[in-house]
Design a protein around this ligand. Sequence first.
Ligand SMILES: Nc1ncnc2c1ncn2[C@@H]1O[C@H](COP(=O)(O)OP(=O)(O)O)[C@@H](O)[C@H]1O
Ligand SMILES: [Mg+2]
Length: 571
Amino acid sequence: MNCSVQENLGFEIAELPADSGGDTTTPKADCDRISSNKSTDGLILVVDDESSVRTTIKAILKKAGYLVNTAEDFRSAVELIEKNDYGVVIADIILPDASGIDVLKYVRGVNEETQLITITGDPNIDTAADAVRAGAYDYITKPIRRDIFLAVIKKAAEKAKLLRDRKELEAQNLLYQKHLEKLVEQRTEQLKASELKYRTLFEYANDSIFLLDCPSGKIVDANQQAVLMTDLKWNKLSGRPFWFLDTTSHPTELKKFCKETINKGHCHLDDVHLKIKGNKVIRADLSAKVVELGDQKQVQVLVRDVTEKKMLEEKQREMEIDLVQEQKLASIGMMASGIAHNLNTPLMGIMGLSQLMIMKLGECEEIKSIIEQANKISTIAKNLMFKSRSEAEKMVVAVDINRLLREELKFLESNLDFKHNVEKDYQLHDPLPPIQAVYSDFSQSLTNIVRNALDAMYNSSTKRLTVRTHLEGDSVLIDIIDTGCGIPKKNISQLFSPFFTTKPIRGDETEGEPTGTGLGLSSAYKLLSPYGVKFDIDSKIGKGTTFTVKIPTAQATAKNKDRIEEAGIIG
Ligand SMILES: Nc1ncnc2c1ncn2[C@@H]1O[C@H](COP(=O)(O)OP(=O)(O)O)[C@@H](O)[C@H]1O
Ligand SMILES: [Mg+2]
C-alpha cells in the first residue's frame, strides 16, 4: 500500500528516533519487549504490508508513550494476537493474505476489549461502514494526520482500558458475590444447626414450655411435653389464650399471672390448678418471663407438673395425722377402759354393801335404788370397756347402727350446750340389719358429722338436731339434719378435701365459737369409702343442712368378709 506522507497533514519522518526506522521488510513481526500475556492497554499492534507505514506509525506511537508491535500480514498478526493482549490494533484494510476486517473479527474472537482501527487509502463509504459494522472503533483515511491519529488512538486506548477495568471489576464482583454466597450458605447451615439444637432442647425438655404472644397472651408455640401434659393436640392449643387452662374455682388466676409477667418481666406461681382435656385438673408450679425474640416480645412460661408430688406429700401428711389420731385414740381408749375397770371394784363394794344392808334391815326402796343406779354405772362401764377395746383392736364386729348412734349421742351430751340448748329429735328405725364393720370407723365418722351439725347451729336461734335412720332396699340410710347456717354451693365440692374448713383454728376463735381442722369429713370419707358408703348433702343457706349417709349393707359385709373370718366373728 502506498502511504502519502504530507508534511503539514501527516507523519513527520524527522521525528522518528534513530533505532525505529529500520522496519522495512523483515522481520514480518516486530515487537516491543513486554512480558507476554500481560494485559497492556497501552500495547498497540500495527498491521500493514507497507514497511514505511509500519515504521512511521510505530515511531509516532512510541513517542507518544505507547508500546508498539507491528506485523506485515494477517498470519503474523494472528500469531501476535494469540500471544499478547492488545489495547488497540491498527490494521490496513487491505493486506496481502486477508483484509483488515478479518483481523478485526479475529481480534474480537480473542479479546472483546481490544479496539480496532482500520486504515484505508480508499475512503469509500462501504469499506468504512463494513469496518464499523464489524465492530471497528474507528477508521482513519490516508493520508493520516498525526494529531487526529493520536487523538483517535488515545480515545481507543482509553476505551480499551475502560472496558478492561470494567471486566476486571465484573470479575471481582463475581468473585465477591460467590464468596458472599458461600458465606451466606455457611451461615445458613450454622443457623440451621443452632436452630436444631435449640429446637431439640425446647422439644425434649422435661417441663412443659409455652410461648405466648405479648400482650395478647395467645399461645404461639408449645413443646411436646406441653402437648402431652394438656392431652390436647397442637391445633387445640394454638392461638388460645394461656388462661383457657384456668379452672372454674380459680377463673382468673392465670390471666392475672400473665398480666403480672408482662408488667414485671417475670413471675412465679406455685401449686396452681390447671384444667386440661376432659376437665381434668392437674397441679403445677409456673415460672414465666418476657423474652425478646428478634424485634418481638413474647412470654415464655415453664410449667412443672407437681400433681403426683403434691398428692404424695398430702398422703404422707394424712398418714402422719392418722398416726397421731390413732395414738391419741388408743391412749384415750386405754385410759377409759382403765377407769371403767377400776370403777368395778368400788361398784362391787357398793352393791355388796347394799345387799348386806337389805339383809340386815329388810327390803328398803332407797337401798334398791342404790343397787339400780350402781347397776347402771356398771353397764356404762362395760360399754365403755367394749367401745375402747373394739376401737383399739380394730375388730370387725356386727354393728347395730341405731345402738351406735344412741351411744355416740349420749357421749356428746358431755357438752352442756348440746345437752341443754339443742332440741333433739331421734327417729331410729328398729330393727336395722347389722353391718359388719370396725366399730370405730362408723362411730368416729358419724360423730364428726353430728359435731359439724352442732357447730353449724352455733349462731342459730332455733337449734334442732334430727337424727333419722331407715332402710332403703339393702341400704341403711342415716339422715343428720340441723337448723344451722347451711353450706354455700361453691364449698360443697371441697367439703371432703383434707384441711378444708370455714371455721377458725384453735386459738383464733371468739369465746365459745367452734374451731376446725378441716379433717372431720375427709377422715369420714376415708374411713367409710371402703364400705361403699355414699354421702349426700342437701343444704339451704340460713335454713340448715341434711347430711345423708348411705350404707349398702351387703357390700359392706362383702368388703369385710376376710377380716370378719380372721376375727372369727360371723355376722
Ligand atoms: N352441717 C353443716 N353445716 C354447715 N357447714 C358444714 C356442715 N358440715 C360441714 N360443714 C362445712 O364443712 C367444713 C369441713 O368440715 P370438717 O371436715 O368436719 O372440718 P371442720 O369441722 O374442722 O371445719 C366445715 O368447716 C364447714 O364449713
Ligand atoms: Mg368437723
